[in-house]
Design a protein around this ligand. Structure first.
Ligand SMILES: [Zn+2]
Length: 489
């Protein structure tokens, strides 16, 4: 036995009965026992005083972009299409060290607030293996469980969509990107999967096509092929905005989910957002076992709309929870997402999402995205010891009349005391044990200062305005479709 949390309370998973005053016994990376406190001496083990502490499965942030960590507040007030253009323009270049710093500081923020695992959909301009390696090293150094999905694309839809709306094609978005051939992107993915898949027992790589409307068939199929050879999944954006839904119809003549299904790549897919699903999409996603990642803060900030989470859950789709990048959700704290997910979906005419469901999304849902199922999201002997220990006497939980509801709605992350990943104490007394977290934040701030000097210039402002005009044109031409989709959601 390597570690014992003595005398804590354990919530094995949302909805399970609370076990009070027990010893959580960890052997190596896994939970060895949960037994009445003091039942065994466990001589030689590291002992953590668990009195007043509540052990829950570590939260999984199932969708973010670490390079956005020094871009908080960027493009506030803009909708997704202009926001993306402004964000890409003002962020400027990243070398491998910049990527390392972004991932490290984000991991510190997540771990200290009780998230033990992350899916980092890694935006790079241009995609390259050194950047992926740097991000992998950051998660390895800080001790966080991570799946990194190198984000790639090779298609731009704005020109076609603008023409379809009768607007001049001003190439507002495409000038920004440098597209690499599909074969080269697939070779890069194969290379990083060969070197990092399963590393340290905590690191993984997913294929990361940027989004359905940003990738041609050849690229999607090449990435899916590499992923299948490595037994890995795909992680991509899906139907975040109504503009994207219309773009898919215009570009492919079919809905985004249908296209993925026809290409045969929906099997081990996790899909961020899924705000603008069509009628049959929920059934298709459920049938194929695809997982949806809900990102309520980013959807609200970018005025993207509200994902049909109630319909997804009722239709049998597994839903996970993510912060999305810090340039659109402005922090990497999962408690904010829990609260939003549990609050924003209720309407006077139908039920919303319950606190317990939000907690399940943030734990079991995230584990499904990582392809790890109950192994990660349940505190039981034999399962991985990814555990968040919260102060039951802290501001969030001291007044809890209903513990699980208070976890989702009252806790802010300030009550996180210790965090275990793979049985290792990576946060102790609120501080990261493996890295100098003050230095990590100082380096992130340096980077934020450097990038802050890059204000949006005239060309960026004009492109953003074109994209906003395009968005408005799409809306005004498809008012009835949009209204129908909103009614269904
Ligand atoms: Zn995203």
């Amino acid at each position: 036995v390597t570690l014992v949390v003595r005398g804590c309370d354990v919530l094995a998973a949302p909805g399970r009965e609370l076990r009070a005053d027990v010893d959580l016994v960890v052997e190596g990376a896994r939970i060895a026992a949960i037994e009445p406190s003091g039942a065994a001496p466990h001589a030689g083990a590291t002992v953590i005083d668990g009195r007043r502490l509540l052990a829950i499965p570590g939260l999984v942030n199932a969708h973010t972009h670490s390079p956005e960590n020094p871009l908080r507040g960027v493009g506030e007030g803009l909708t997704l299409e202009p926001w993306l253009r402004v964000m890409l323009d003002v962020s400027g270049p990243y070398d491998a060290e910049d990527h390392y710093v972004c991932a490290l500081a984000g991991a510190v923020e997540m771990l200290r607030s009780g998230a033990t695992a992350v899916v980092d959909h890694l935006l790079m301009t241009p995609p390259r293996t050194e950047a992926v390696d740097a991000v992998m090293r950051a998660y390895r150094d800080v001790g966080m469980r991570a799946a990194v999905a190198p984000m790639v694309d090779d298609l731009d839809f704005t020109g076609d969509l603008a023409r379809a709306c009768g607007l001049p094609d001003e190439g507002a978005y495409s000038r920004q990107r440098r597209h690499l051939p599909a074969a080269e992107l697939a070779a890069q993915l194969d290379d990083v999967m060969c070197r990092w898949q399963g590393a340290e027992g905590r690191l993984d790589v997913l294929a990361g096509p940027s989004g359905v409307q940003w990738c041609g068939d050849e690229l999607l199929l090449a990435l899916a092929d590499v992923a299948a050879r490595h037994g890995a999944g795909l992680h991509l954006h899906l139907l975040e905005t109504f503009v994207q839904a219309v773009a898919c119809r215009t570009l492919f003549g079919q809905g985004a989910v249908r296209r993925l299904d026809v290409l045969g790549v929906l099997g081990r897919c996790s899909l961020a957002h899924a705000v603008w699903l069509e009628d049959d999409d929920v059934a298709i996603l459920a049938e194929r076992g695809a997982v949806v990642v809900h990102n309520p803060a980013a959807n609200l900030r970018l005025a993207s709309g509200r994902a049909p989470v109630r319909a997804l859950l009722d239709g049998g789709v597994t839903v996970a929870l993510g912060t999305d990048g810090a340039a659109s959700s402005d922090n990497q704290v999962m408690w904010d997402q829990l609260k939003l997910a549990a609050l924003v979906h209720a309407d006077p005419w139908r039920p919303g999402i319950r606190a317990l469901e939000a907690l399940t999304m943030a734990t079991a849902g995230g584990a499904a995205v990582l392809g790890m199922g109950e192994e990660l999201s349940t505190l039981e002997p034999g399962r991985l010891a990814d555990v968040t220990l919260l102060d039951r006497s802290g501001d969030g939980l001291a007044g809890a009349a209903d513990l699980e509801v208070a976890l989702a709605l009252s806790e802010t992350g300030r009550g996180v005391r210790h965090v275990l990943v793979g049985g290792e104490l990576v946060v102790r007394d609120g501080r990261c044990t493996r890295v100098d977290e003050d230095a990590a934040r100082a380096r992130l701030r340096e980077q934020a200062e450097r990038r802050r000097t890059r204000r949006p210039g005239a060309a960026t402002r004009s492109a953003a305005a074109q994209l906003e005009r395009l968005r408005q044109a799409v809306w005004s031409r498809n008012v009835e479709d949009a209204a129908g989709a909103r009614r269904r959601g």
